[in-house]
Write a protein that binds this ligand. Structure first.
Ligand SMILES: O=C(O)CCC(=O)C(=O)O
Ligand SMILES: [Fe+2]
Length: 305
């Protein structure tokens, strides 16, 4: 992947300028071009960098400050401030999730969640449009006005003295619709499997990263593929990232959306209707296989016809 060159972030092949995607962008041509770029980047990588995302800098800084102060607490204090820190229902795949509405992130995060949801909703519409589908076709499944789920996971990767012997996070695809990621400093670590090669994502400061999860792959009938990604441990410095998993509510049934303008014969894979909660249960209970390369995206066969 290209380094951030002199021409600025928008020269990055993976970067999408959200401002240009907004309806009413000054030139329709600019918008159409950015949508075409979105379609290409989305298909190629299963993720993209988000520039001009519109989330105010103080909001993002607020989240980082809360997370940093959380990690400075003692273990006892951490447990006390996270009501469900050790509870089983809060654990998926051995990870601890915070429901967005839970403490202690509640203070700044109400605002961040609102901004993040807005951005995810906007990007779901743009993705549908990029595939020549009706704009609301993905978004409506998230029931945005009611109970779409946002779960927040903080990933803290301590600097590693023997990076060749460990992984920060083993290879996986996300069980989400979309995952919005922010990282604290521009420390390399995230890698995506592309053309069977691990490629390090060059991720400039102030950009967010949008990653497609399995649920979007199912809804788009495989036209948008969830990425297979992993995290290498940082060397010499710690790395922290925050992942916001954006999902339709667990009871919702998702199924491949009707085909748009694109030629039906170009769509190879057929997915079937699944209940979000059932798919996620399947994904997390089969996750232990995820570290073997043979298990690449095995869980999603559950949703294939
Ligand atoms: O730390 C990152 O950059 C990615 C984290 C990730 O893939 C996840 O939390 O699912
Ligand atoms: Fe992930």
């Amino acid at each position: 992947m290209e380094k951030c060159g002199e021409g600025g972030f928008n020269d990055l092949p993976m970067a999408i300028d959200v401002a240009k995607l907004r309806l009413g962008f000054e030139t329709d041509e600019g918008r159409a071009q950015e949508l075409a770029k979105l379609a290409a980047v989305a298909k190629e990588w299963g993720m993209f960098l988000v520039t001009n995302h519109g989330i105010p800098e103080p909001v993002l800084r607020g989240v980082k400050d809360v997370v940093k102060s959380f990690f400075q607490l003692s273990l006892e204090e951490k447990k006390a401030s996270l009501a469900s820190y050790m509870s089983n229902e809060n654990k998926e795949d051995g990870r601890n999730f915070l429901k967005a509405e839970d403490r202690p992130l509640v203070r700044v995060d109400r605002l961040t969640m609102k901004e993040a949801r807005k951005l995810c909703d906007e990007l779901l519409c743009a993705l549908a449009e990029a595939l020549s589908l009706e704009r609301n076709v993905f978004l409506q499944k998230f029931e945005p006005s009611k109970e779409s789920e946002v779960k927040v996971k903080v990933n803290y990767y301590p600097a590693c003295p023997r990076p060749e012997q460990v992984l920060g996070l083993p290879a996986h695809s996300d069980g989400s619709g979309l995952t919005l990621l922010m990282q604290f400093e521009s420390v390399a670590g995230l890698q995506v499997l592309k053309d069977m090669k691990w490629t390090t994502v060059s991720w400039p400061p102030d950009t967010l990263l949008l990653n497609f999860g399995d649920l979007l792959e199912i809804m788009s009938n495989g036209r948008l593929k969830s990425s297979w990604h992993r995290v290498m441990p940082p060397v010499g410095t710690d790395r922290t990232s925050i992942a916001l998993f954006y999902n339709p509510p667990p009871h919702v049934e998702i199924e491949p959306v009707p085909i748009g303008d694109e030629d039906k014969s170009s769509i190879e894979e057929e997915y079937k209707k699944v209940v979000v909660g059932e798919y996620l249960h399947h994904l997390y209970s089969s996750r232990s296989l995820a570290t073997s390369t043979a298990a690449i995206k095995q869980a999603i066969t559950f949703a294939k016809a």
